[in-house]
Ligand binder design. Structure first.
Ligand code: NAP
Length: 279
């Protein structure tokens, strides 16, 4: 009997995770199946689906919107990344215990450094947005050696509170938060990350052209949408290095796969297959 894994979310039909993990399993010769589970919109749906999957012998799950907070709450043990992100995107079932991880930020860092060739040590980072994606990215960016992170968010108080909460865990990395003008006049950044959901509504978050340092990378965490308003704005500001979040998606999946199966798959082929041209 192959080992069972799944992704749970609502809605879930759009999820690329079954395709990604299916390709990883094939490439690494792992005897496993991976399915998509819709946790439903009503209360208690996540808990019921989780219990049913474990009772049926499930070994682990990826968790996507809107269940990442519930997934952390359901865990007996969680990694520091998951605890400080306040959310889990991967679960492993071991004996009677549920272990939780959050690989989104690690996937992001791996994509930026390994696939896109921007080492993060000493870099200045502008992080737009103060939601779950930003929360999950902060610690991994600091661990990778980013020198300074400015969180700029439409709602300034959220960014300020997040910076205040996570600063004690970020070692030598300076972090500050504020409103859309938190980047400050004339400040330039080596990496400008759009971690808002503005692209999904066809909008770009406010960011001054001067924020893009020469040679900067502009990265939109949204994927599969081509040239988003944020990436267009970056290009108009003279930025020539742009990327969307497909690599983050594939790399976080590879981390989860390695955590479950003890073998890290090569991501290049899967990444090529899922990449949508940025035009
Ligand atoms: P979230 O928790 O709902 O946070 C959304 C953030 O976007 C908030 O800071 C919000 O500002 C801001 N925002 C929304 N609309 C805006 C607009 N029109 N202008 C400016 N700011 C706006 O969402 P999330 O979970 O952090 O996800 C953020 C994005 O990352 C999503 O697009 C998601 O698809 C993407 N993501 C990608 C991956 C991947 O693997 N590639 C993984 C995780 C997330 P306020 O605080 O003012 O409301």
């Amino acid at each position: 009997m192959p080992d069972r894994y799944a992704v749970i979310g609502h809605p879930i039909a759009h999820s690329k995770s079954p395709l990604i993990h299916g390709l990883f399993a094939q490439a690494t010769g792992q005897d496993m199946v991976y399915e998509a589970i819709d946790g439903g919109a009503g209360p208690g749906g996540f808990g019921r689906a989780l219990a049913a999957f474990r009772a049926a012998g499930g070994r682990g799950m990826n968790v996507t919107l809107p269940f990442k907070l519930e997934a952390l709450a359901a865990a007996d043990e969680a990694s520091q990344d998951a605890r400080l992100a306040g959310a889990a995107n991967a679960l492993r079932f071991e004996g009677g215990r549920v272990l939780a991880q959050n690989f989104d930020g690690i996937g992001l860092v791996r994509d930026i450094e390994h696939n896109l060739g921007l080492p993060l040590a000493g870099r200045r980072v502008l992080l737009l947005g103060a939601g779950g994606a930003t929360r999950g990215a902060l610690l991994p960016l600091a661990r990778a050696g980013a020198a300074r992170i400015v969180i700029a968010n439409r709602t300034a108080t959220k960014a300020e509170a997040l910076a205040h909460e996570l600063a004690p865990h970020m070692g030598a990395c300076q972090v500050e938060g504020g409103g859309p003008d938190a980047a400050g006049a004339g400040q330039a950044f080596d990496l400008v990350l759009n971690a808002t959901s503005a692209s999904l509504g066809g909008e770009a978050p406010a960011v001054p052209a001067a924020a893009f340092a020469p040679g900067a990378l502009a990265y939109d965490m949204v994927y599969g949408k081509g040239l988003t308003p944020f990436l267009k704005l970056a290009q108009a500001a003279g930025c020539t290095r742009i990327a969307d979040g497909v690599g983050m998606l594939v790399e976080q999946a590879a981390e989860a796969f390695a955590w479950w199966r003890g073998v890290r798959p090569d991501t290049r082929e899967v990444l090529q297959r899922l990449t949508v041209p940025l035009v």
